[in-house]
Design a binder for this molecule. Structure first.
Ligand code: GDP
Ligand code: IMO
Ligand code: MG
Length: 422
């Protein structure tokens, strides 16, 4: 029996969906613990490609139970679309998908407030996915939110109206020019709430507690990445949830001493979508090549992702905060053909050289790079470590030594099968 945890160590989109799908065969329960439809987790197998936003990435496996925890924020409209898109797979959702009654709901007006808040920030905008994440978590911590369990309550309509009225007054104060048709948004929302209320709505912390007593294996699936964490990320250019290991405890009700392995997942380079500091960002041909070969477009918004070299200062910080026990390196295949590979080992700042992630990550930070030779070979057809070119193996060894953590999985392509265990 164990609760293991899988987290992104960079700014999201590390490949969490793919690896959760691969690991699901070893688990009974896959549980999302934070974030909402700002996430886009991509899975590829048997020639199919899927992007999941709210539903955990174990859903395609015949046996695993998938649980949406209390720490998640759910937009019923997006959730219903996700469910409808899965129709061809004939998944028995009434058995395989559980939703916490304590998860908070994203209302149509949360999305409007997100848009108005971003518009008001002008150039300083966060680059939010505009899914209503910030306003929904604000209502949660402000003790005004509406939870999934409320949809079953007789005063649901009244709760909904009260909060929506409040949001509309706030929207007026933004004086924003965003246009919307609330009646039509509410009609779709109302239909989606009806659909949501038919799912298995549970006291998920109790369910997980009993599952642990029965010896079930649980994998907690993180969304976003550690550098987007509301406390430890590049604030204010972050999301509104705890994306780090502690978020699994509050987002599922799992006690810290029950967590065993912490899988930290990272790309062989770095990407970021949205605004905010990114010390190793490239604005040259190399960055353009990473984006093109790596197909770096947001799975939720379609925006192009900013690309740059790997950043060990940031990775060490994420490993430290999360207590990562083993690493998974994704997208090494994308770096094939680069003559030299750069590795950021420290930052040059106005106050000197720093080898840890400081409070003030800003655009004046200059990365200090080490360089190693690149490799030519295409990795995507490889299935064993022994097939790796020596120079790629040297890159893995370099990272393992510098990060003082073993790299247990190397991914060489988007498909389930392109996953190599070490
Ligand atoms: P997530 O949000 O962490 O689940 O990651 P995303 O799905 O947003 O982005 C990862 C992208 O990289 C997806 O398009 C995956 O299909 C793709 N991908 C995952 N692993 C690999 C890999 O090893 N190589 C390549 N080339 N693509 C990968
Ligand atoms: P997955 O789970 C990458 C980014 C947004 C924006 C900031 C705040 O697929 O890795 P929000 O919508 O939360 O208010 O946006 O966070 N962001 C992500 N970037 N992957 C994600 O999720 C992200 N979820 C949010 O681009 O910069
Ligand atoms: Mg993603």
């Amino acid at each position: 029996m164990a609760v293991d945890l899988l987290l992104g160590l960079q700014w999201g989109d590390e490949g969490k969906g793919k690896i959760v799908d691969v690991l699901t065969t070893s688990y009974d329960i896959i549980a999302r613990f934070q974030g909402g439809p700002n996430a886009g987790h991509t899975l590829e197998f048997e020639g199919n490609k899927h992007v999941l936003h709210t539903i955990p990435s174990g859903i395609f496996h015949p046996k695993a139970i998938n649980l949406i925890g209390n720490g998640v924020v759910i937009d019923p409209v997006i959730f219903k679309k996700e469910i409808d898109n899965l129709a061809p797979y004939k998944i028995n959702f009434s058995e395989k998908l559980l939703i916490s009654k304590k998860a908070h709901l994203i209302l149509p007006t949360h999305r409007l407030l997100d848009a108005a808040s971003e518009a008001a920030k002008g150039k300083a905008k966060i680059g939010s996915t505009l899914k209503g994440i910030g306003p929904t978590y604000m209502d949660k911590t402000g003790r005004n939110g509406i939870r999934v369990g409320d949809v079953l309550s007789p005063d649901w309509e009244e709760k909904y109206k009260r909060l929506t009225q409040k949001h509309l007054r706030m929207l007026e104060s933004y004086n924003s020019s965003i246009e919307y048709d609330l009646d039509s948004m509410e009609a779709t929302f109302s239909e989606s709430i009806k659909a949501l209320s038919k799912f298995k709505l549970v006291d998920s912390e109790q369910y997980l507690f009993e599952a642990q007593k029965k010896g079930k294996n649980i994998l907690a699936e993180g969304a976003q990445g550690s550098l987007l964490d509301v406390d430890f990320g590049t604030y204010p250019f972050v999301t509104s949830s705890t994306t780090t290991a502690a978020g699994a405890c509050t987002g599922l009700g799992v006690a810290p001493n029950k967590i065993k392995k912490v899988f930290g997942i990272f790309k062989a380079y770095t990407t970021r979508v949205g605004s905010g500091p990114f010390p190793t960002e490239l604005f040259d041909k190399d960055g353009e090549t990473m984006g093109r070969v790596g197909n770096e477009f947001g799975a939720t918004t379609g925006r192009s992702r900013r690309c740059g070299w790997i950043d060990l200062v940031a990775l060490k910080y994420s490993i430290q905060i999360n207590g990562v026990t083993q690493l998974m390196m994704m997208k090494g295949d994308v770096l094939s053909g680069f003559e030299r590979i750069k590795i950021c080992t420290a930052y040059k700042t106005e106050t000197g050289i720093m080898d840890y992630f400081p409070y003030d990550i800003n655009s004046r930070i200059e990365p200090i790079y080490d360089e190693i030779p690149g490799w030519e070979e295409d990795l995507t057809k490889m299935s064993k470590v022994s097939q790796f070119p020596a120079k790629f193996q040297a890159y893995i060894n370099y990272l393992e030594e510098a990060l003082e953590t073993p790299i247990k999985i190397v991914s060489v392509g988007p498909d389930r099968k392109q996953t190599i265990f070490r």
